[in-house]
Structures are given as structure tokens and as C-alpha cells.
Design a protein around this ligand. Structure first.
Ligand code: FAD
Length: 414
């Protein structure tokens, strides 16, 4: 294949790469998407947040998703010791979408990628980026291997690295740094559920806390299958023996709520384990490139922020590149890193405070405080840039303070 020259090369056709390339296409910037896998392909990350609907809408990718009849996610349910905490996205502090979807990602990502091709974006599947060289101006020459093993080069003014756990530029440019979060791991599969409970019980997304720092996700899809997975400290996940299926079957026994529903269901594939899934990088951009989605930072599945962060950063990077290629000045530190990290840091607080137990204290405290609940609900819907929300603006302090007040109340009672 001959060498190719484009304005922007996008590595990876996950949600981050798809929204970025759609934005560039809509704004007349030439781009090429290079995707290592053959689609549809499995990837984990099936519970979305309302905030990502804004990104699909803005990039013209919402209608194709609407047509897919994915399971509606109108909130989320958390369970612990017989206490139920239900969040309803219609009752949240920040205006915005009040629903999203629970999606099998193979179908979801394939729908997005097919739509890109329909829009005329140049997407090459089963083409893998193997090397990248930058010149002093940040212009790059990328080596790509196609499905037959043939190599070719792509010359680009800019690279958006949306390669997810492929982490192409973090690996090649030595940008990885240890995550500030505890080392957690996950084990998960899909089951077919022909006899789901009737009504909401059968379709609601649930996070069942089986031990303070160990929880089970149950994510029903509209195709009749359900995603199930356990998350916990790596040493906990490693403490189970046998095959991955045997480990997961044993863990299911720890869920009083779901064991009977799930115990006899066949696993649709051997459960996957992802160890120490949290990732971080030293920098989110450099001369001639930006990292988006999981290639940049991944925190934790507990609040389903991954895809939303992937689309937020994908759209943001595409906007700033468009601005720059149109001759305007971009302050990448402020407009990209500053903006993105603001949201990531809010979620980081919620993830950390989930595992310290402070957030669980608030979720499962009775009676509930409706104002606090609406403010936290807006965070869980992904609206983490809204500084009118005290639980965004003062995230660091407020979660701890409210948990402390609950502790004091409990002490008074006992
Ligand atoms: P991806 O969707 O991973 O896409 C990256 C693409 O890049 C892939 O298709 C890959 O094939 C391609 N690629 C990789 N290397 C190369 C290469 N060298 N050349 C070309 N292409 C390449 N998020 C949620 O929002 N909700 C959840 O419920 C959720 N649950 C999770 C559970 C677990 C256990 C884990 C670990 C993560 C979870 N996530 C969840 C996070 C979610 O998986 C990611 O945040 C999301 O998929 C990131 O999207 P992306 O577009 O950045 O990357």
C-alpha cells in the first residue's frame, strides 16, 4: 500500500475514536481511523452515563444508536445489606439527559463504526499501528501493519490516540505512570437469561455490594443477555482457585440477592479477568498528539465513567485540533488537560471514597437527604463539570464531611 497523508490520524475505533473522527468529518478536517480488530469485537464497558448522549448528539451519531433499541438505563441501583439505594437520572441537580443505555459493546461500537463509514470517514479495520515517529514540528510518520502483514506509512499533522488498553502512544513514548487508586481487578462474562424476572427487576442495572470493597455488577441487555462481573482488590480476586468459570461461580455465592437468579445460567464465554485495571499517564498531550479515553486514564468501573470520559475527551481533542488547524491558538494545558482533569478528578474522589466506605455510608444512610441525593445523582450521570453542584465544586471536602456527620449521628444514637 502507498503512503497516506492526512491532517489527523486516529488510532482505535472505540467510542472515543468514533466521536473524534465524526467531529472532524463534520468540520471538514481530513482524517483516517486505523483499528486493529475486526468489528464487531468484544470490549467491556457496557453501562453508559447520560452525559455521553450529549457527545453522540453533538457529533451526529445519536440517531444510529437510537435505532438499535438498546436497554434504557434511567438510573442505577446499589444494594448493601438489604438496603436499596436507587438513583433516578430524572431527579438530578444538573439539567441534561435523564437516560442512557446498557449496551453490548460489540454491537454498540460496531454501530458507531458503521455510521462513520457511511458518513465517508476512512476507516481501516484489522490495521495495527506498530510504530510512530514525530519530527520537531510534531508531524508524525506512523507505521501500520494491515491484515496481510504488509506495512505502510501514514503522515499526519496530528494523532489522536484512542487505542484504549492498546495504549499505543503511552507505550511508545513512555508516558505511563502508576494510578493513584488502589490495585483492583475484575472478572466478568455474559449469561443468557430466558426467564428474567418480570418488569423493572429484570432490566434494572444493579451494583450489589457483597463486602465493603467487593461488588457485583448486573447489567441486563435488550437482547436477553446479561453482563455480570465482580470487582474487588486484586488479592481478593486472586484468592479464588480453579478456572475463571469456577472462580466466578464461587463468587456468585457471595451475592444473597442474585445467587438464585444467576446460579444455573450458562456463561456465554469463559469469564475474562482484567487485573489492576486503573491506568494513568504523565501527560495527556504533546506536540502533535492527544491521548483520549482509556489510552489516557482509566479509574474504575464502579460509576461507569469510562465511556463517557472517552467521548468527552474524544470530542474535546477533536475540537481543539480543528481550532489549531484553522490557525487559532490553543492552550492545550488549560483547554485540554485542565478541562479533562477537572472531571476526572471529581470521579477520582467518588471512586476513592467508594472504596474508603465514605460514599457507601452516604448512599445507604437512612433516611435519605433528597437534596444531597440529587446533587450526587448529577455526578453519577456524568455531569462533573457543573460547578453549581456543590458535590462537584467541593467534591474533595464534601463527601468526607457528610460521611463524618453520618458517623456522628450514628454515635449519638448508639
Ligand atoms: P476502546 O473502546 O477500548 O477502543 C480502543 C480501540 O483501539 C479498540 O477497538 C482496539 O482494538 C484499538 N486498538 C488498540 N491498539 C491498537 C493499535 N495498535 N492499532 C490500531 N488500533 C488499536 N466504562 C463504562 O463507561 N461503563 C462500564 O460499565 C465500564 N465497565 C468496565 C469494567 C471493567 C472491568 C473495566 C476494566 C472497564 C470498564 N469500563 C466501563 C471502561 C471502558 O471499558 C473504557 O473506558 C472504554 O471502552 C474506553 O473507550 P475507548 O474508546 O477509549 O477505548
Amino acid at each position: 500500500m502507498n503512503d497516506i497523508a492526512v491532517d489527523v490520524l486516529i488510532i482505535g475505533a472505540g467510542p472515543s475514536g468514533c466521536v473524534a473522527s465524526a467531529y472532524l468529518k463534520n468540520n471538514g478536517i481530513s482524517s483516517k481511523v486505523v483499528e486493529k480488530s475486526k468489528f464487531p469485537r468484544f470490549v467491556i464497558g457496557e453501562s453508559l452515563l447520560p452525559r455521553c448522549m450529549d457527545h453522540f448528539e453533538e457529533t451526529g451519531l445519536l440517531a444510529c444508536l437510537m435505532d438499535q433499541n438498546f436497554e434504557i438505563k434511567a438510573g442505577a441501583r446499589f444494594l448493601k445489606n438489604d438496603i436499596v439505594c436507587n438513583f433516578d437520572f430524572a431527579q438530578k441537580h444538573t439539567p441534561g439527559w435523564d437516560y442512557t443505555w446498557q449496551v453490548p459493546r460489540a454491537d454498540f461500537d460496531n454501530t458507531l463504526a458503521k455510521e462513520l463509514v457511511k458518513k465517508g470517514v476512512d476507516v481501516s479495520f484489522q490495521h495495527e499501528v506498530t510504530a510512530v515517529d514525530f519530527d520537531a514540528n510534531g508531524h508524525s510518520t506512523t507505521t501500520v501493519k494491515d491484515e496481510n502483514g504488509n506495512e505502510y506509512k501514514i503522515h499526519a499533522k496530528f494523532i489522536i490516540d484512542s487505542s484504549g488498553y492498546g495504549r499505543v502512544l503511552p507505550r511508545l513514548l513512555d508516558l505511563d505512570k502508576p494510578s493513584s487508586l488502589e490495585a483492583n481487578s475484575a472478572i466478568f462474562t455474559h449469561v443468557s437469561e430466558p426467564d428474567r424476572p418480570e418488569g423493572v427487576e429484570g432490566t434494572i442495572i444493579t451494583f450489589d455490594v457483597v463486602k465493603d470493597e467487593v461488588w457485583l455488577w448486573v447489567i441486563p441487555f435488550s437482547n436477553g443477555n446479561t453482563s455480570i462481573g465482580f470487582v474487588g482488590p486484586t488479592e481478593y480476586i486472586e484468592s479464588f482457585s480453579g478456572t475463571n468459570a469456577e472462580k466466578l461461580r464461587e463468587m456468585l455465592k457471595t451475592s444473597d440477592y442474585y445467587y438464585d437468579r444467576l446460579k444455573n445460567l450458562e456463561f456465554l464465554f469463559e469469564p475474562h479477568i482484567i487485573k489492576n485495571y486503573s491506568k494513568a499517564v504523565k501527560q495527556l498531550y504533546g506536540k502533535g498528539y492527544a491521548l483520549t479515553g482509556n489510552s489516557a486514564e482509566f479509574l474504575d468501573p464502579v460509576f461507569s465513567s469510562g465511556v463517557t470520559f472517552a467521548t468527552e475527551s474524544g470530542v474535546k481533542a477533536a475540537k481543539l485540533i480543528t481550532k489549531q488547524l484553522n490557525g487559532e491558538k490553543v492552550d492545550w494545558e488549560k483547554e485540554y488537560t485542565g478541562y479533562i482533569m477537572k472531571g476526572v478528578d471529581v470521579f477520582r474522589t467518588y471512586v476513592s471514597e467508594w472504596y474508603t466506605g465514605n460514599l457507601q455510608k452516604i448512599f445507604f444512610h437512612r433516611p435519605e437527604n433528597p437534596v444531597i441525593k440529587e446533587q450526587i445523582c448529577a455526578v453519577l450521570a456524568g455531569y462533573v463539570w457543573d460547578e453549581t453542584n456543590p458535590f462537584v465544586k467541593n467534591h474533595n471536602r464534601l463527601v468526607k464531611t457528610v460521611a463524618k456527620v453520618i458517623d456522628m449521628e450514628n454515635e449519638e444514637v448508639s
